[in-house]
Design a protein around this ligand. Structure first.
Ligand code: KIV
Ligand code: ZN
Length: 515
């Protein structure tokens, strides 16, 4: 029988750390459930000691998932470890993931510590973590730039103290596949107690080698891969889950390993992530990009018609790229929508389904075809919205060629004083263009002047009647926030996204105060 490679997904931790990928609690819980459907073995839900918000998110995820393992990251410090365990202990299968850096450059410049002191930190941290749970992972940060003999010593100590998973990160994406594979072989052969732990790898993509390094390590004997959906993560990101999985799957003849991933959930998972964080999947993205299975040239098309295997090494169906069976339209009832949502992997309560249903009906009056992506955008808009402080009620904009001063007239519902009965506020304002007029009018209404750091608009589907999905990033007195909104009118979508960002800033400020 082939060996199993455990899939450790860190989309909600390393992925969420990347610019523009911030998710609110409800979004994280939905993603965690999607990862469960995908069949990952371990979810790294966050870094509980990093903030009150992270602590709560990890706690809630731990409470809302089933048998899947839930890991919380922590530095090799007692207080961090305790905080991580307090959050993950609610899971059926909690894991503590503690780490310390082992490269000379990190030990000297980050900690100003000698190697012996790092060894001692490792010993104490793993011992303490193992006193709380038998499921302890230890990571040697910047392992690929560490001295191999010292790294082997640290790993031996961690296993001695009870670590059951040893993670070897290529933290800065510096390793080369052949060299990284040799490092794994060296550790497996040199560390006397290596057979008592699962060896794992965590590869960043700075040189575009995250997936190649992960695969080289698996070939050399690593049996856990730390990955993220679509490869999101710090800087250039992490090894992409779907690429690692489909390489193992398509080239089983070469790797001869198994995973518990349901490959048909790969595309739905990446699409869910893209809509949640408001960052579309690049058409050229391997496995899940729009072009990944598109054949344009005549020779390729001819070959495909004769036999698909001429140019297709895996099928779109195998990654779940197919239409779902229930088509939603103008005349669909609430039950049909409920079944559709279940088919798409959403578990919504009656109130949430009712909200999405109303939004679908409104959209169906304006748009001929309702695609899965439309339904998904409405779910995010209606079901996972954080409690609003402000909501757009009416909006009209006037703009045109030179000589016309773009201006916006906006009516907002203000729930800041009374959550049930909003106050209605209205304002008219000017700007350099229609979007600028909308944003500066909203600023006047909510009495804030955040800096707009990013504005992007994407079509949710094809077609001229497609909904626009807008993502904004604002910074308000040092608090950064992402906002998203979708609508058939991109100016309305922009206003919704901007207000959503302001609502989130307010939420974060409140969370900080509470913490
Ligand atoms: O990149 C890294 O080294 C990490 C560790 C904390 C696992 O993310
Ligand atoms: Zn990382």
């Amino acid at each position: 029988m082939s060996d199993k490679v455990f899939i450790f997904d860190t989309t909600l931790r390393d992925g969420e750390q990347s610019p523009g990928a911030t998710m609110n609690m409800a979004e994280k819980i939905t993603m965690a459930r999607q990862l469960e459907m995908l069949g990952v073995d371990i979810i790294e839900a966050g870094f509980p000691a990093a903030s009150q918000g992270d602590f709560e998110a990890v706690t809630q995820i731990a409470k809302s998932v089933g048998d899947i393992q839930v890991a919380g990251l922590c530095r090799a410090l007692k207080a961090d470890i305790d905080r991580a365990f307090d959050a993950v202990k609610h899971a059926k299968n909690p894991r503590i993931h503690t780490f310390v850096a082992t490269s000379d450059i990190h030990m000297k410049h980050k900690f100003n510590k000698e190697p012996e002191e790092i060894l001692e930190m490792t010993r104490k941290a793993v011992r303490h973590a193992a006193s709380l749970t038998p499921n302890v992972e230890f990571s040697a940060e910047d392992a690929s730039r560490s001295r191999w003999d010292f790294l082997a010593q640290v790993v031996e100590v961690a296993i001695e103290e009870g670590a059951t998973t040893i993670n070897i990160p290529d933290t800065v994406g510096y390793a080369q596949p052949d060299e990284f594979g040799k490092l794994i072989t060296y550790l497996l052969e040199t560390v006397p107690n290596s057979s008592k732990a699962v060896f794992s790898v965590h590869c960043h993509n700075d040189l575009g080698l995250g997936v190649a390094n992960t695969l080289a390590a698996i070939k050399a004997g690593a049996r856990q891969a730390e990955v993220t959906l679509s490869g999101i993560g710090e800087r250039a990101g992490n090894a992409a889950l779907e690429e690692v999985i489909m390489a193992l799957h398509t080239r089983k003849d070469y790797y001869d390993v198994e995973t518990s991933i349901v490959t048909e959930q790969l595309f739905p998972s990446c699409r869910r992530l893209a809509t949640t964080i408001g960052q579309p999947i690049s058409p050229y993205k391997a496995i899940v990009g729009a072009n990944a299975f598109a054949h344009e040239s005549g020779i390729h098309q001819d070959g495909m018609l004769k036999n698909r295997q001429t140019y297709e090494i895996m099928t779109p169906e195998s990654i779940g790229k197919k239409g779902t069976s229930i088509v939603i339209g103008k005349h669909s009832g609430r039950n049909a929508l409920g079944s559709k949502l279940t088919e798409m992997g959403y578990q919504l309560d009656d109130e949430q389904i009712a909200a999405v249903f109303t939004a679908v009906k409104t959209l169906a009056d304006k748009k001929e075809e309702i695609f899965d992506e439309d339904v998904e955008a409405l779910v995010l808009e209606e079901a996972y919205r954080i409690h609003d402080l402000y909501r757009v009620k009416e909006l009209s904009v006037f703009s045109g060629t030179a000589g016309v001063s773009p201006h916006a007239a906006i009516v907002l519902e203000d729930f800041s004083k009374d959550k049930e009965a909003p106050e209605i506020i209205q304002e008219v304002g000017f700007g350099d263009g229609p979007i600028n007029a909308v944003f500066s009018t909203i600023n006047k209404m909510v009495n804030r002047t955040p800096k707009l750091e990013l504005y992007s608009v994407n079509a949710v589907t094809g077609g001229t009647d497609a909904q626009g999905a807008v993502t904004v990033r604002i910074s308000d007195n040092g608090v950064k926030s992402i906002g998203r909104g979708s609508d058939e009118d991109i100016i309305v979508a922009s206003a919704k996204a901007y207000i959503n960002a302001i609502n989130r800033v307010e939420r974060m400020k409140q969370e900080k105060q509470n913490a």
